[in-house]
Design a binder for this molecule. Structure first.
Ligand code: UT7
Length: 335
Protein backbone atom coordinates (compact mmCIF):
# COMPACT_ATOMS: atom_id res chain seq x y z
CA UNK A 1 0.00 0.00 0.00
CA UNK A 2 1.31 3.49 -0.78
CA UNK A 3 -0.10 6.88 0.17
CA UNK A 4 0.85 9.89 -1.89
CA UNK A 5 -0.16 13.35 -3.07
CA UNK A 6 -1.45 12.93 -6.62
CA UNK A 7 -2.83 16.41 -7.33
CA UNK A 8 -2.40 19.99 -6.16
CA UNK A 9 -4.18 23.26 -6.85
CA UNK A 10 -4.15 26.79 -5.56
CA UNK A 11 -6.25 29.91 -5.76
CA UNK A 12 -5.44 33.51 -5.07
CA UNK A 13 -8.19 36.12 -5.23
CA UNK A 14 -7.97 38.59 -8.08
CA UNK A 15 -7.36 41.81 -6.15
CA UNK A 16 -3.70 42.60 -5.47
CA UNK A 17 -2.78 45.00 -2.67
CA UNK A 18 0.72 46.45 -3.04
CA UNK A 19 2.93 47.94 -0.36
CA UNK A 20 2.32 51.37 -1.89
CA UNK A 21 -1.44 50.78 -1.56
CA UNK A 22 -0.90 49.97 2.12
CA UNK A 23 1.14 53.13 2.65
CA UNK A 24 -2.03 55.05 1.82
CA UNK A 25 -3.96 53.20 4.58
CA UNK A 26 -1.44 53.11 7.49
CA UNK A 27 1.85 54.80 8.37
CA UNK A 28 4.18 52.44 6.49
CA UNK A 29 6.22 52.31 3.31
CA UNK A 30 7.37 49.88 0.65
CA UNK A 31 10.98 49.93 1.83
CA UNK A 32 10.13 48.94 5.43
CA UNK A 33 7.82 46.14 4.37
CA UNK A 34 10.24 44.71 1.78
CA UNK A 35 13.31 44.81 3.99
CA UNK A 36 11.62 43.67 7.23
CA UNK A 37 9.38 40.99 5.71
CA UNK A 38 10.22 40.33 2.03
CA UNK A 39 6.61 41.01 1.04
CA UNK A 40 5.91 43.08 -2.09
CA UNK A 41 2.20 42.43 -2.54
CA UNK A 42 -0.64 40.20 -1.32
CA UNK A 43 -4.01 39.09 -2.69
CA UNK A 44 -7.21 40.21 -0.98
CA UNK A 45 -10.58 38.47 -1.38
CA UNK A 46 -13.66 40.45 -2.31
CA UNK A 47 -16.47 41.03 0.18
CA UNK A 48 -18.53 38.32 -1.54
CA UNK A 49 -15.76 35.69 -1.27
CA UNK A 50 -15.65 33.61 1.92
CA UNK A 51 -12.97 31.08 2.84
CA UNK A 52 -14.98 28.19 1.37
CA UNK A 53 -15.06 30.04 -1.97
CA UNK A 54 -11.27 30.31 -2.01
CA UNK A 55 -11.10 26.62 -1.05
CA UNK A 56 -13.59 25.69 -3.77
CA UNK A 57 -11.44 27.08 -6.60
CA UNK A 58 -8.25 25.49 -5.25
CA UNK A 59 -10.07 22.15 -4.76
CA UNK A 60 -11.39 22.04 -8.32
CA UNK A 61 -7.86 22.48 -9.66
CA UNK A 62 -6.41 19.79 -7.36
CA UNK A 63 -9.20 17.34 -8.22
CA UNK A 64 -8.64 17.97 -11.94
CA UNK A 65 -4.86 17.59 -11.59
CA UNK A 66 -5.45 14.23 -9.88
CA UNK A 67 -7.66 13.21 -12.82
CA UNK A 68 -10.60 12.69 -10.47
CA UNK A 69 -14.06 14.21 -10.06
CA UNK A 70 -15.65 15.56 -6.85
CA UNK A 71 -17.61 12.28 -6.72
CA UNK A 72 -14.33 10.38 -6.12
CA UNK A 73 -13.53 12.25 -2.90
CA UNK A 74 -14.06 10.20 0.30
CA UNK A 75 -13.19 12.79 2.97
CA UNK A 76 -12.87 16.59 3.05
CA UNK A 77 -10.55 18.31 5.51
CA UNK A 78 -10.36 22.09 5.58
CA UNK A 79 -7.55 23.71 7.58
CA UNK A 80 -8.55 27.27 8.43
CA UNK A 81 -8.66 29.86 11.21
CA UNK A 82 -11.07 32.07 9.26
CA UNK A 83 -14.09 29.78 8.80
CA UNK A 84 -17.12 31.00 6.82
CA UNK A 85 -19.09 30.95 10.09
CA UNK A 86 -18.25 30.02 13.71
CA UNK A 87 -20.13 26.83 12.91
CA UNK A 88 -20.93 24.73 10.94
CA UNK A 89 -17.57 23.76 9.49
CA UNK A 90 -16.27 25.40 6.33
CA UNK A 91 -15.69 21.86 5.03
CA UNK A 92 -19.48 21.38 4.96
CA UNK A 93 -19.99 24.48 2.80
CA UNK A 94 -17.33 23.07 0.51
CA UNK A 95 -18.88 19.59 0.40
CA UNK A 96 -22.12 21.16 -0.77
CA UNK A 97 -20.57 23.50 -3.32
CA UNK A 98 -18.41 20.73 -4.83
CA UNK A 99 -21.48 18.48 -4.97
CA UNK A 100 -19.58 15.63 -3.34
CA UNK A 101 -21.27 12.46 -2.06
CA UNK A 102 -22.47 12.64 1.62
CA UNK A 103 -18.93 12.01 2.83
CA UNK A 104 -17.39 13.18 6.12
CA UNK A 105 -16.24 16.81 6.14
CA UNK A 106 -14.58 18.71 8.96
CA UNK A 107 -12.33 21.64 9.81
CA UNK A 108 -8.93 21.66 11.48
CA UNK A 109 -7.74 24.65 13.50
CA UNK A 110 -3.95 24.52 13.62
CA UNK A 111 -3.38 28.03 12.22
CA UNK A 112 -0.30 28.24 10.00
CA UNK A 113 0.49 24.57 10.76
CA UNK A 114 -2.75 23.45 9.09
CA UNK A 115 -0.96 21.66 6.26
CA UNK A 116 1.10 19.15 8.30
CA UNK A 117 -1.77 18.64 10.78
CA UNK A 118 -4.23 18.04 7.94
CA UNK A 119 -1.85 15.74 6.13
CA UNK A 120 -1.49 13.60 9.26
CA UNK A 121 -5.27 13.21 9.62
CA UNK A 122 -5.63 12.49 5.92
CA UNK A 123 -2.89 9.86 6.05
CA UNK A 124 -4.41 8.17 9.11
CA UNK A 125 -7.85 8.04 7.49
CA UNK A 126 -6.44 6.45 4.35
CA UNK A 127 -4.48 3.91 6.41
CA UNK A 128 -7.33 2.91 8.69
CA UNK A 129 -10.44 3.14 6.53
CA UNK A 130 -10.57 0.60 3.70
CA UNK A 131 -13.34 2.64 2.03
CA UNK A 132 -11.29 5.83 1.97
CA UNK A 133 -9.16 6.21 -1.17
CA UNK A 134 -9.03 9.94 -1.88
CA UNK A 135 -8.84 12.71 0.68
CA UNK A 136 -9.24 16.37 -0.26
CA UNK A 137 -7.17 18.53 2.08
CA UNK A 138 -7.64 22.25 1.54
CA UNK A 139 -5.85 24.91 3.53
CA UNK A 140 -7.57 28.25 3.05
CA UNK A 141 -7.71 31.52 4.88
CA UNK A 142 -9.31 34.87 4.27
CA UNK A 143 -6.93 36.61 6.65
CA UNK A 144 -8.20 40.00 5.47
CA UNK A 145 -11.44 39.22 7.36
CA UNK A 146 -9.56 39.30 10.69
CA UNK A 147 -6.99 41.97 9.78
CA UNK A 148 -6.96 45.22 11.73
CA UNK A 149 -6.35 47.77 8.98
CA UNK A 150 -5.34 50.29 11.67
CA UNK A 151 -2.49 48.10 13.00
CA UNK A 152 0.56 48.58 10.77
CA UNK A 153 2.52 45.87 12.61
CA UNK A 154 0.20 43.12 11.31
CA UNK A 155 -1.86 44.41 8.36
CA UNK A 156 1.19 44.52 6.09
CA UNK A 157 1.91 40.82 6.68
CA UNK A 158 -1.28 38.99 5.83
CA UNK A 159 -2.84 37.79 2.56
CA UNK A 160 -5.74 35.64 1.37
CA UNK A 161 -5.58 32.38 -0.57
CA UNK A 162 -6.12 28.63 -0.61
CA UNK A 163 -4.03 25.59 -1.51
CA UNK A 164 -5.43 22.09 -1.99
CA UNK A 165 -4.01 18.61 -2.35
CA UNK A 166 -5.47 15.20 -3.05
CA UNK A 167 -3.98 12.42 -0.93
CA UNK A 168 -4.50 9.02 -2.50
CA UNK A 169 -4.09 5.43 -1.33
CA UNK A 170 -2.84 2.95 -3.89
CA UNK A 171 -3.45 -0.66 -2.85
CA UNK A 172 -1.68 -2.32 -5.79
CA UNK A 173 1.67 -1.04 -6.99
CA UNK A 174 1.43 1.02 -10.17
CA UNK A 175 3.92 1.37 -13.00
CA UNK A 176 5.86 4.63 -12.65
CA UNK A 177 4.22 7.35 -14.75
CA UNK A 178 4.61 11.05 -15.33
CA UNK A 179 1.75 11.67 -12.90
CA UNK A 180 2.49 13.44 -9.63
CA UNK A 181 3.38 10.99 -6.87
CA UNK A 182 4.65 12.71 -3.74
CA UNK A 183 5.03 9.97 -1.18
CA UNK A 184 4.57 10.80 2.49
CA UNK A 185 7.72 9.57 4.21
CA UNK A 186 7.12 11.09 7.66
CA UNK A 187 5.11 13.75 9.48
CA UNK A 188 6.21 15.37 12.73
CA UNK A 189 3.79 17.53 14.74
CA UNK A 190 3.98 19.52 17.96
CA UNK A 191 2.40 22.23 20.06
CA UNK A 192 3.09 24.38 23.11
CA UNK A 193 -0.03 25.96 24.59
CA UNK A 194 1.95 28.23 26.89
CA UNK A 195 2.19 30.48 23.83
CA UNK A 196 -1.53 30.86 23.15
CA UNK A 197 -1.37 34.62 23.76
CA UNK A 198 1.43 35.22 21.24
CA UNK A 199 -0.81 34.98 18.14
CA UNK A 200 -4.47 35.30 18.94
CA UNK A 201 -7.87 36.68 18.02
CA UNK A 202 -8.88 37.56 21.58
CA UNK A 203 -12.68 37.78 21.34
CA UNK A 204 -15.56 36.01 19.64
CA UNK A 205 -15.07 32.62 21.28
CA UNK A 206 -16.54 31.16 24.49
CA UNK A 207 -13.80 32.77 26.61
CA UNK A 208 -14.80 36.24 25.51
CA UNK A 209 -18.01 36.30 23.46
CA UNK A 210 -18.67 39.20 21.14
CA UNK A 211 -20.00 42.30 22.91
CA UNK A 212 -20.07 46.01 22.29
CA UNK A 213 -17.04 46.19 24.60
CA UNK A 214 -15.00 43.69 22.51
CA UNK A 215 -15.91 45.59 19.37
CA UNK A 216 -14.84 48.91 20.88
CA UNK A 217 -11.58 47.32 22.04
CA UNK A 218 -10.96 45.93 18.52
CA UNK A 219 -10.58 42.41 19.91
CA UNK A 220 -11.93 40.60 16.86
CA UNK A 221 -8.70 40.98 14.94
CA UNK A 222 -5.43 39.08 14.47
CA UNK A 223 -3.01 40.10 17.22
CA UNK A 224 0.63 39.05 17.41
CA UNK A 225 3.70 39.62 19.54
CA UNK A 226 5.92 39.78 16.45
CA UNK A 227 9.30 39.76 18.18
CA UNK A 228 8.58 36.74 20.40
CA UNK A 229 6.98 34.84 17.53
CA UNK A 230 9.96 35.58 15.29
CA UNK A 231 12.41 34.07 17.80
CA UNK A 232 10.24 31.00 18.50
CA UNK A 233 9.60 30.45 14.78
CA UNK A 234 13.31 30.27 13.95
CA UNK A 235 14.17 28.04 16.92
CA UNK A 236 11.23 25.65 16.60
CA UNK A 237 11.42 25.29 12.82
CA UNK A 238 15.14 24.46 13.03
CA UNK A 239 14.55 21.90 15.80
CA UNK A 240 11.66 20.39 13.89
CA UNK A 241 13.74 19.97 10.72
CA UNK A 242 16.64 18.46 12.65
CA UNK A 243 14.39 15.99 14.48
CA UNK A 244 12.56 14.70 11.42
CA UNK A 245 15.83 14.34 9.49
CA UNK A 246 17.48 12.52 12.38
CA UNK A 247 14.67 10.04 12.88
CA UNK A 248 14.73 9.23 9.15
CA UNK A 249 18.53 8.82 9.18
CA UNK A 250 18.96 11.75 6.79
CA UNK A 251 21.13 14.85 6.85
CA UNK A 252 20.34 18.31 5.53
CA UNK A 253 22.40 17.45 2.42
CA UNK A 254 19.88 14.74 1.51
CA UNK A 255 17.20 17.38 0.95
CA UNK A 256 16.65 18.85 -2.50
CA UNK A 257 14.32 21.50 -1.13
CA UNK A 258 13.01 23.03 2.06
CA UNK A 259 9.55 24.57 1.78
CA UNK A 260 8.92 26.62 4.92
CA UNK A 261 5.78 28.45 6.01
CA UNK A 262 5.93 31.88 4.38
CA UNK A 263 5.66 34.33 7.31
CA UNK A 264 8.75 36.49 6.91
CA UNK A 265 11.73 36.22 4.53
CA UNK A 266 14.08 36.97 7.44
CA UNK A 267 12.70 33.97 9.39
CA UNK A 268 13.18 31.77 6.31
CA UNK A 269 16.73 33.02 5.75
CA UNK A 270 17.64 32.59 9.43
CA UNK A 271 16.34 29.00 9.41
CA UNK A 272 18.29 28.13 6.23
CA UNK A 273 21.44 29.74 7.58
CA UNK A 274 21.28 27.94 10.91
CA UNK A 275 20.64 24.62 9.16
CA UNK A 276 23.50 25.34 6.73
CA UNK A 277 21.15 24.93 3.80
CA UNK A 278 21.98 26.95 0.66
CA UNK A 279 19.29 29.58 -0.02
CA UNK A 280 18.74 28.19 -3.54
CA UNK A 281 17.34 25.04 -1.92
CA UNK A 282 14.63 27.04 -0.18
CA UNK A 283 11.31 27.51 -1.99
CA UNK A 284 9.83 30.97 -1.51
CA UNK A 285 6.60 32.67 -2.56
CA UNK A 286 6.15 35.27 0.18
CA UNK A 287 7.02 38.19 -2.14
CA UNK A 288 3.73 37.89 -3.97
CA UNK A 289 1.33 36.43 -1.41
CA UNK A 290 2.41 37.58 2.08
CA UNK A 291 1.50 35.30 4.98
CA UNK A 292 -1.56 33.28 3.89
CA UNK A 293 -1.58 31.24 7.14
CA UNK A 294 -2.38 27.53 6.57
CA UNK A 295 -2.51 28.07 2.81
CA UNK A 296 1.09 29.20 2.49
CA UNK A 297 2.67 25.74 2.19
CA UNK A 298 0.20 24.13 -0.26
CA UNK A 299 0.07 27.30 -2.42
CA UNK A 300 3.87 27.31 -2.62
CA UNK A 301 3.95 23.55 -3.21
CA UNK A 302 1.48 23.82 -6.07
CA UNK A 303 3.45 26.65 -7.60
CA UNK A 304 6.72 24.67 -7.37
CA UNK A 305 5.07 21.68 -9.04
CA UNK A 306 3.60 23.86 -11.83
CA UNK A 307 7.01 25.43 -12.39
CA UNK A 308 8.58 21.93 -12.40
CA UNK A 309 10.96 22.84 -9.57
CA UNK A 310 9.63 19.74 -7.85
CA UNK A 311 9.73 16.71 -10.10
CA UNK A 312 10.58 13.01 -10.13
CA UNK A 313 13.63 12.13 -8.00
CA UNK A 314 13.22 15.05 -5.58
CA UNK A 315 13.03 14.92 -1.78
CA UNK A 316 11.58 17.89 0.04
CA UNK A 317 10.72 18.91 3.55
CA UNK A 318 7.96 21.32 4.47
CA UNK A 319 8.06 23.02 7.85
CA UNK A 320 5.33 25.10 9.47
CA UNK A 321 4.93 27.21 12.60
CA UNK A 322 1.96 29.19 13.84
CA UNK A 323 -0.60 30.15 16.46
CA UNK A 324 -1.08 27.72 19.32
CA UNK A 325 1.82 27.56 19.25
CA UNK A 326 1.75 24.73 16.74
CA UNK A 327 4.34 23.37 14.35
CA UNK A 328 4.91 20.50 11.98
CA UNK A 329 7.17 19.09 9.28
CA UNK A 330 6.41 16.74 6.41
CA UNK A 331 9.03 14.75 4.54
CA UNK A 332 7.92 14.14 0.94
CA UNK A 333 9.55 12.21 -1.87
CA UNK A 334 8.75 11.82 -5.57
CA UNK A 335 10.54 8.58 -6.43
O1 UT7 B 1 2.32 33.04 10.66
C1 UT7 B 1 2.55 33.04 12.04
C2 UT7 B 1 3.96 33.30 12.30
N1 UT7 B 1 4.23 34.72 12.19
C3 UT7 B 1 5.47 35.10 12.17
O2 UT7 B 1 6.34 34.29 12.21
C4 UT7 B 1 5.78 36.58 12.18
C5 UT7 B 1 6.93 36.84 13.14
N2 UT7 B 1 7.32 38.23 13.33
C6 UT7 B 1 7.77 39.02 12.32
O3 UT7 B 1 7.82 38.64 11.18
C7 UT7 B 1 8.34 40.39 12.70
O4 UT7 B 1 8.48 40.47 14.08
C8 UT7 B 1 7.47 41.55 12.19
C9 UT7 B 1 7.56 41.66 10.68
C10 UT7 B 1 6.04 41.39 12.62
C11 UT7 B 1 8.01 42.88 12.75
O5 UT7 B 1 9.36 43.04 12.40
P1 UT7 B 1 10.42 43.52 13.49
O6 UT7 B 1 11.70 43.64 12.81
O7 UT7 B 1 10.33 42.56 14.66
O8 UT7 B 1 9.91 44.95 13.84
P2 UT7 B 1 9.48 45.53 15.27
O9 UT7 B 1 8.16 45.01 15.68
O10 UT7 B 1 10.64 45.40 16.22
O11 UT7 B 1 9.37 47.06 14.92
C12 UT7 B 1 10.52 47.84 14.56
C13 UT7 B 1 10.06 49.25 14.25
C14 UT7 B 1 9.15 49.83 15.33
O12 UT7 B 1 9.43 51.19 15.45
P3 UT7 B 1 10.36 51.75 16.66
O13 UT7 B 1 9.68 51.33 17.91
O14 UT7 B 1 11.70 51.10 16.46
O15 UT7 B 1 10.36 53.23 16.42
C15 UT7 B 1 7.76 49.66 14.78
O16 UT7 B 1 6.86 50.61 15.29
O17 UT7 B 1 9.28 49.25 13.06
C16 UT7 B 1 8.02 49.87 13.31
N3 UT7 B 1 7.04 49.24 12.46
C17 UT7 B 1 6.76 49.67 11.22
N4 UT7 B 1 7.26 50.67 10.49
C18 UT7 B 1 6.78 50.84 9.25
C19 UT7 B 1 6.27 48.16 12.73
N5 UT7 B 1 5.49 47.86 11.67
C20 UT7 B 1 5.79 48.79 10.73
C21 UT7 B 1 5.31 49.02 9.43
N6 UT7 B 1 5.84 50.04 8.72
N7 UT7 B 1 4.40 48.23 8.85
Amino acid sequence: MSIFICGTGSYLPQKVLTNDDLSRIVDTNDEWIRTRTGIQERHIASEEEATSDLCYHASLLAIKAAQLTPQDIDLILVATITPDTGFPATACYLQHRLNCRPIPAMDINAACSGFPYGLKLAQQSLKEDPYCHNVLLVCGDKMSSVTDWQDRSTCVLLGDGAGAIILHRQDVPEQPSAKLQLNIIDILLGSNGSGTNLIIMPAGGSRKPASSQTLTNREHFFRMNGKEVFKSAVNVMCECVEEILQRNHLTINDLDYLLPHQANIRIIQAVAERLRLPQDKVIISIHHYGNTSAASIPITLDQAIQEKTIHRGKTLLTVAFGAGLTWGATLLQWP
